[in-house]
Design a protein. Structure first.
Length: 135
């Protein structure tokens, strides 16, 4: 699982999502629709979280909606420590899924499911989090 969060721009503190009413919120390719009423915020579509964190840093958007780990990774990868101290507002926990094409043969899907299960039961996910500072 991962946390779906609203990551505020520098010097902005969020205690609830209503604070973003009328503001600009970055989202990845149409995500986060269920988080807000359709007219509550102005969504800005981004293609990758690197773009989103740079826009947060430049104060072109007020918050970024997405996975806590993905946003934090983009912040660290782009060396934007001022954003790292921001307090993200957790919206919900999301199940992480592996998507496959419809025409993928059943044996391949079953192998992918077994491999995914094996990886998730191992220490590998925590090792990645530790390696990239995402504990």
């Amino acid at each position: 699982q991962t946390d779906l969060v609203l990551w505020p721009r520098t010097a902005m503190s969020l205690s609830n999502k209503a604070q973003l009413n009328g503001k600009v919120v970055g989202r990845l390719r149409g995500g986060c629709q269920r988080v807000f009423e359709p007219t509550a915020v102005q969504f800005y579509e981004i293609n990758e979280f690197t773009q989103g964190v740079r826009m947060l840093n430049a104060k072109r958007i007020d918050a970024l909606c997405g996975s806590r780990e993905a946003i934090l990774f983009a912040i660290r990868r782009n060396a934007l420590p001022a954003l790292e101290v921001g307090q993200a507002l957790q919206i919900e926990q999301m199940q992480v899924s592996l998507l496959a094409r419809k025409d993928l043969p059943t044996p391949v899907i079953e192998r992918l499911q077994r491999a995914t299960s094996k990886v998730m039961k191992s220490a590998l996910p925590q090792q990645f989090r530790s390696r990239y500072g995402l504990k």
